[in-house]
Design a protein around this ligand. Sequence first.
Ligand SMILES: [Zn+2]
Length: 178
Amino acid sequence: MASPATGRIAVSSVDEERIRELHRFTARTLQTSRPVPFGALIVNSKTGERLMRATNAVMRESDPSSHAEVRTVRLACKKLQSPRLTGYTMYSTCEPCPMCMANALWARLDRVVFGATIADASRHCLQIYVPAKEVARRSDMDCVVDGPVLRELCNTLFTHPNMQKAFRSWSTHKSGKW
Ligand SMILES: [Zn+2]
């Protein structure tokens, strides 16, 4: 679909394929003792070559900042030995929260593409209601934010029975007793 303002192709079939790949990668956790619905992938914006991918590890690492996007950026920057990811695009199964979006901006990513939305995730766990596009708009950095892409597919990560069971042990579980 082309954006009338810029003529830019917003979301392509390549984006959908990457979200599908990331969905498969993230869905693998559903069969483990620590399922998570959040996964992120960073690829070279031009060649599509995969640089890094990771899932949320907040519970595993006892670290509230171990969101999938933050971890993926951290690992990608370590790999490149650089704090700058200009020339790279990040895909995420869910719209980045303000922390993750801010980190993506600090990393100077070209573009962020997400699957499910913050509103979708909020049905299952606590969220901060600032859209990723709004965080990007209110910054000095140029980062294109596209999504939702394959929203329903990404939502199945949240609604899977193993995930629903695991949410009950999360510190950010919506009905919050743990
Ligand atoms: Zn986040």
